[in-house]
Ligand binder design. Structure first.
Ligand SMILES: Nc1ncnc2c1ncn2[C@@H]1O[C@H](COP(=O)(O)OP(=O)(O)OP(=O)(O)O)[C@@H](O)[C@H]1O
Ligand SMILES: [Mg+2]
Length: 368
């Protein structure tokens, strides 16, 4: 699969822009703040219908404009697909495949898969469980539409249940019957989500281990342990017994929305005891494992977006990544770098089909 072209209107710092992309390597180089990452984000929208950086869609409309529009043409197995994603202020986002709008935008997820590696990824290690759940959810969702649909229904049910708990608290009276349909969602869909997360972790971990070892050349023992309230066989009873606490706190305290993934190195939490280098290697290995799994299940290579990663990696890791590139492990790649000479040096001799785009304050031109 590859992205043949893209056109932008009023997206972030771009007024209008049209670019054609070669099938292999695309480098965006330019000063800080020029708009390199914004180009990757536009591609992220075409693949995943949202920004990788700013979850508030309307803030991605160029300042003082009232809409943004992103369009791109993908090629998958010699067939072409046009994807459009646009948003007008105060209106709903519209995503179209071959000019036809989706009724449910989530149906688009997974059709044109993408993996983004970016400097903020280590937040996933240092921050709370939500970022880790989000990562795994996004990988599973790209390969399993049923999972995504369960997740959306579950989150909707959870929101409704929490809203009811709040209403009960405000009114000073509780009508437990009203909670029944939402309890059911949390128990039944929660079970499905838990099962799929378990199954996925089993597939994911060996692939992750391989990447971590390949990247670091070291023999450190790493572990990814999926944990959930639903691991306990008496979850249903505990969930029901927790109602009083839920009523006091006006939110649902137990369930699969509290799941976490523990990352360990040599039996200790990576968050607390991992060096910066170990943490960096860990997230890159997570992303490369994501790449492999998506490629395997989809049967074609996802887009790979590398945002500023050369800045953050030492020579050893850059060399390992370059080896993977040489082996042809990846398909189309989009790279950003503030230092053009470094990118050129890294990619020189690698493959012929490469363009360097010079980015300057929201304009882009191809380097000759
Ligand atoms: N909604 C918006 N309207 C206009 N400009 C925006 C909007 N959102 C972000 N920007 C601008 O986009 C620019 C940042 O672009 P981007 O993150 O792509 O830079 P970059 O080239 O990747 O820089 P760096 O090398 O520092 O990573 C900033 O100047 C920011 O003000
Ligand atoms: Mg950037």
């Amino acid at each position: 699969m590859h992205l043949e072209n893209i056109s932008l209107q009023h997206f972030k710092n771009y007024q209008t822009l049209e670019l054609q992309f070669p099938k292999e390597i695309n480098c965006f180089v330019g000063e800080n703040g020029s708009g390199k990452t914004n180009l990757l984000d536009a591609i992220h929208y075409l693949s995943l219908t949202k920004s990788a950086f700013n979850p508030i869609d309307s803030q991605n409309i160029q300042h003082d404009e009232n809409y943004f529009a992103i369009r791109g043409r993908f090629q998958v197995d010699s067939r072409e697909y046009t994807v459009g994603c646009s948003l007008r202020q105060k209106q709903k986002k519209v995503v179209k495949l071959n000019q036809k709008p989706y009724e449910k935008i989530s149906e688009h997820i997974g059709k044109f898969p993408l993996v983004l590696i970016n400097p903020h990824d280590t937040d996933m290690i240092r921050g709370g469980s939500e970022a880790r759940r989000k990562f795994f959810d996004s990988v599973i969702s790209q390969v399993n539409p049923t999972y995504l649909s369960h997740l959306i229904q579950y989150n909707h049910g959870l929101k409704q249940r929490n809203a009811l708990l709040k209403q009960f608290a405000d009114a000073g009276s509780t009508d437990e019957d009203l909670l029944t349909p939402y309890n059911q969602i949390i128990l039944e869909l929660g079970k499905e989500i838990h099962r799929e997360r378990n199954r996925f972790t089993d597939t994911f971990v060996p692939i992750f281990d391989w990447h971590y070892k390949t990247l670091t050349g070291e023999k450190e023992r790493t572990a990814i342990i999926y944990t959930s309230d639903l691991d306990h066989t008496d979850f249903e009873t505990r969930f029901k017994n927790n109602l009083n606490k839920d009523l006091v706190l006006t939110r649902t305290g137990l369930g699969t929305h509290k799941d976490d993934y523990i990352f360990n190195i040599e039996n200790h939490p990576l968050k607390k005891f991992g060096s910066q280098g170990q943490q960096k290697s860990f997230v890159i290995a997570l992303k490369l494992a994501q790449y492999d799994i998506v490629r395997e299940i989809k049967g074609f290579k996802p887009l790979l977006l590398l945002d500023d990663i050369f800045d953050k990696l030492d020579d050893l890791r850059i060399n390992k990544l370059m080896l993977m590139l040489k082996e042809g492990r990846f398909g189309q790649i989009f790279v950003t770098d503030a230092r053009p000479e470094r990118t050129t040096a890294i990619f020189q001799d690698l493959r012929e089909d490469m363009d360097i785009f010079l980015v300057e304050k929201g304009t882009v031109r191809k380097s000759t």
